[in-house]
Design a protein. Structure first.
Length: 115
């Protein structure tokens, strides 16, 4: 069973739902039906704007909706730092065959240059 944290940011008028584990299918459909989308890089569900129904859902799941700890500037800086790391990769090396046998996942190893 997942544990939830819910936040609201007045800076961008967005609601965010943090889950401790993958949502069960029925709950996932409810969250998506309420207008939340999965943000994979942030590992959370986000709704593009506050609505009473969305807030009610978050209160039902998390018990309360708290203040978002990160500001728009903080989130923008984090995205910029992630983007800055991408060009530093020296090479991609394929991992040995069968590393993820039966998963249909292509495995690669990213090596970073040491300076």
């Amino acid at each position: 069973m997942s544990e939830f944290t819910a936040t609201y940011s007045p800076d961008d008028n967005k609601l965010r739902l943090y889950a401790s584990s993958r949502l069960e299918e029925a709950l996932y459909k409810r969250v998506r039906g309420a207008g939340f989308i999965w943000a994979p890089k942030q590992e959370l569900f986000v709704a593009p704007m506050w609505t009473p129904d969305r807030e009610d859902l978050l209160i039902e799941l998390a018990g309360e909706v708290g203040d978002e700890d990160t500001s728009l500037v903080d989130r923008a800086e984090e995205r910029a730092e992630q983007a800055a790391l991408r060009p530093e990769a020296d090479s991609w090396e394929e991992l040995p065959a069968g590393t993820f046998s039966g998963t249909n996942v292509r495995a690669v190893l990213l090596t970073m240059g040491a300076e």
